[in-house]
Design a protein around this ligand. Structure first.
Ligand code: MOS
Length: 741
């Protein structure tokens, strides 16, 4: 980005370029697509958590008005389980396909699908499908699973350096505690939905799917249906968010596509909100044991972080709770292990900052407990243990601004006024609690391809098979290309969310911005090169000049001291509509560094013991993600992550009936998330230190870091207000009201 023009566009707090389409209702989501002759599907979901389907009576349902077919394991086509790895380009967290056999592994599993002329007919008939089960006794919680089975250790994610046990034995100060987090369910506004259509003559599948990766969804569906990936196209122009729950496809996409092929008509299937709690993933429950050993100077000499998480009988999901514990602080003796226990619930998946979110709750709670034990201020304790090296790899961090995050956050918050003793800060009837925690998330960029066209209408068209899950990808791409070409952002048209374009990144892992910026700017360069070749060609406006002598600046092409030409001027004599170029960037991270983002959260809670009311009144978060591309959207991402972290800390837990394994609070009324009234005064400080070891632009991702550590900061503030240390999330009032043992 050499142009001086780029400064105002990159880094500006521009509003979303797709905002008007969303506000006017012209943005189409997966279930907004109405295809000719389309039929509607509604699922029949298992009411038992374990067993087999002995029989399934579909006769009554088939007689009902509008019913076209009832699909189940006896008539669904035989499909193929997709290879399951990032490298294979096909990923599915629940590899078992719907209707594969008569087995039931969790309540809410698809056991049949009714296809009808309209939605209400399908839904009514679904209630008349009568499966008869042969039930078996299920395991319905992580604690039950851990009581009945030995956890299965995950060898690949274990980390050990030094001797954590010897350090523990020798330490001047020790702390050992267990922390637990419950299952949390993704609740994006837009439910999972699939609109599937087959072209009978070509055998081609077109799928409108709410997905965080049109490319992975295409590849996975192609593998499942045994077709080359060119025969599948996946569209997701707009997505009502995903949070990791839509990273990979779920049984609904396979069920809808299989049914559409069976009935020879397009089929639309929306996953009801209740089944979002069973068959489209969740954040696993975790049980984490932490041991901290500290020397007399307040330096960590040993960290042991052993975690166990729930997984399903039909998938395998390791929640990497120790991913930050092994590298966030300087420590020579570290052991991090992960293990899983399969239970009879649906398959867990990624949920915003997977691993780090529950793991940092445990680590940062333990750090707070230890700070108090050794009589050190919690900020000072962390500052003493900052590391410029990732101890798990021995590599320096590409850029670690955690000291500045801690000190600027503390200053803005007014941390120096904190009185260390719990329940010592009062305002009227309320007790004020101040707590803090560090934030940490891995930074990565992956290869991405894209295409840029300079049109003779003065507009620039950018295409890429990536997608915008609501985070601002349309806008970031438009900003980057506008800045690079030196043109107004209003002249850039971005088309994404279509697997037919050049393959772009998955909207996950906070990868998109970092991955897409180099690609679209290189594609813009390729388009400029194409334009130059037309300018110097026979009959061109700059015929006879050497291409190397041409300069493209502020949207115009010319020589250094000669006249300049618009794109239309250049294209007109060649009778061309556009000049275009493509780029395919590699994941070119040097292995010299460890790439992470850091930050610090400061939280104020107010506890009114007279009426047992707890609220979070203030949050200051200082976050460093390298260069900030759009301050408005970056702030918005952190604010959203804070809201989600508050939900985790205070409200969120999917509760299951222990006998049936059915979720109890499976709707927006009972599954509590923060409302506007719960949302505190939030002050986000963006440090904005370009990380040029990471990329030329220096921008790491921002989607996930904001949630990491937040629940720990809340728990620490609650302890400071109440003197009660809650180690099992969420921090509900009953836990604060309980008498000390
Ligand atoms: Mo994210 S949890 O990688 O979508």
């Amino acid at each position: 980005m050499k142009d001086t023009q780029s400064a105002p566009v990159l880094g500006a707090g521009l509003p979303r370029v797709d905002g008007p389409r969303k506000l006017s209702g012209s943005a189409l989501y997966a279930a907004d697509h109405r295809l000719p002759n389309m039929a509607y599907a509604y699922g029949v979901f298992s009411t038992v958590a374990r067993g087999r389907i002995r029989s399934i009576d579909t006769r009554a349902a088939e007689q009902m008005p509008g019913v076209i077919a009832v699909v189940h394991h006896r008539n669904f086509p035989d499909l193929h389980r997709a290879p399951n790895s990032f490298a294979s380009g096909t990923l599915i967290d629940e590899p078992r396909l719907p209707f594969e056999d008569d087995q039931v592994y969790y309540a809410g599993q698809f056991v049949a699908l009714v296809i009808a002329e309209d939605f209400s007919q399908a839904r009514s008939a679904a209630a008349h499908v009568k499966p008869v089960y042969e039930p078996a006794s299920p395991i319905t919680s992580l604690s039950q699973g851990m009581a009945e089975k030995e956890p299965d250790p995950d060898q690949t994610s274990a980390h050990q350096r030094g001797d954590a046990d010897a350090a523990w034995e020798a330490a001047g100060h020790r702390l050992e505690q267990t922390y637990t987090t419950p299952i949390e369910t993704h609740n994006p506004m837009e439910m999972h939905a699939s609109t599937a259509a087959w072209d009978g003559s070509s055998g081609r599948l077109t799928l409108y799917e709410s997905t965080q990766s049109v490319v992975f969804a295409r590849n996975t569906m192609a593998a499942i249906f045994g077709m080359p990936s060119e025969k599948v196209e996946v569209h997701a122009p707009f997505i009502g968010s995903g949070f990791g729950g839509k990273a990979w496809i779920w049984p609904n996409a396979v069920a809808a596509s299989g049914a559409a092929r069976m009935v020879g008509r397009p089929v639309q299937l929306v996953v009801p909100r209740a089944q979002m709690f069973t068959t489209t993933g969740h954040r696993a429950a975790t049980h984490q044991n932490l041991r901290l050993a500290v020397d007399n100077d307040g330096r960590l000499s040993g960290i042991t972080h052993e975690s166990v998480n729930s997984t399903s009988m039909v998938g395998h999901r390791v929640e990497l709770c120790g991913r930050c514990s092994k590298l966030l602080y300087a420590c020579d003796n570290v052991r991090v292990t992960h293990a899983t226990v399969p239970i009879n619930l649906g398959t867990p998946t990624s949920m915003r900052a997977p691993g780090a979110t529950p793991g940092m709750f445990a680590l940062e709670s333990a750090m707070d407990e230890m700070a108090e034990q050794i009589g050190l201020d919690p900020v000072e304790f962390r500052l003493r243990n900052v590391s410029d090296i990732d101890g798990s790899t021995g590599k320096p961090f590409s850029s670690n601004q955690v000291r500045e995050a801690l000190s600027r956050g503390a200053d803005r918050f007014g941390w120096s006024d904190r009185q260390p003793k719990p329940a010592s800060m009062r305002a009227g009837s309320e007790v004020i609690g101040w707590g803090m925690a560090t934030a940490n998330w891995e930074a990565l960029k992956i290869g991405a391809s894209s295409r840029v066209s300079l049109g003779n209408d003065g507009r620039t068209h950018v295409t890429c098979a990536t997608q915008d899950i609501g985070t601002g990808t349309y806008t970031v791409i438009a900003q980057a290309v506008a800045a690079h070409l030196g043109v107004s952002i209003n002249t850039i048209d971005v088309d994404i969310g279509d697997s037919r374009y050049k393959a772009g990144p998955i909207s996950g892992g906070s990868w998109v911005t970092a991955s897409i910026l180099p690609s679209v700017t290189q594609a813009a360069d390729a388009a400029i090169a194409d334009l130059k070749s037309h300018a110097v060609a026979k009959g061109g406006v700059l015929q006879g000049n050497n291409v190397d002598s041409l300069v493209f600046r502020d949207g115009r092409l010319g020589t250094v001291d000669g006249p300049v030409y618009t794109v239309a001027d250049v294209l007109q004599p060649q009778r061309l509509a556009s000049a275009s170029g493509e780029a395919e960037t590699a994941a070119d991270l040097s292995d010299q560094y460890s790439y992470h983002s850091f930050g610090a959260h400061f939280v104020e809670v107010r506890w009114d013991p007279g009426i047992s009311r707890l609220r979070v009144s203030r949050v200051v978060s200082a976050i460093d993600v390298g260069r900030v591309i759009n301050t408005r959207m970056a702030r918005n991402q952190v604010e959203g992550a804070i809201a989600m972290g508050l939900g985790m800390a205070l409200f969120e837990a999917t509760e299951y009936d222990k006998d049936t394994g059915r979720p109890i609070n499976n709707d927006y009324a009972e599954y509590l998330v923060p409302t506007h009234a719960d949302f505190p005064d939030v002050d986000v400080i963006l440090l904005d230190h370009p990380d040029t070891n990471f990329s030329e632009v220096g921008a790491r991702g921002i989607g996930e870091i904001g949630i990491t550590g937040l629940a720990g900061a809340v728990a620490n503030a609650v302890y400071h207000a109440t003197g009660k240390r809650v180690r099992d999330l969420p921090i509900t009032l009953d836990k604060l009201m309980a008498q000390e043992a």
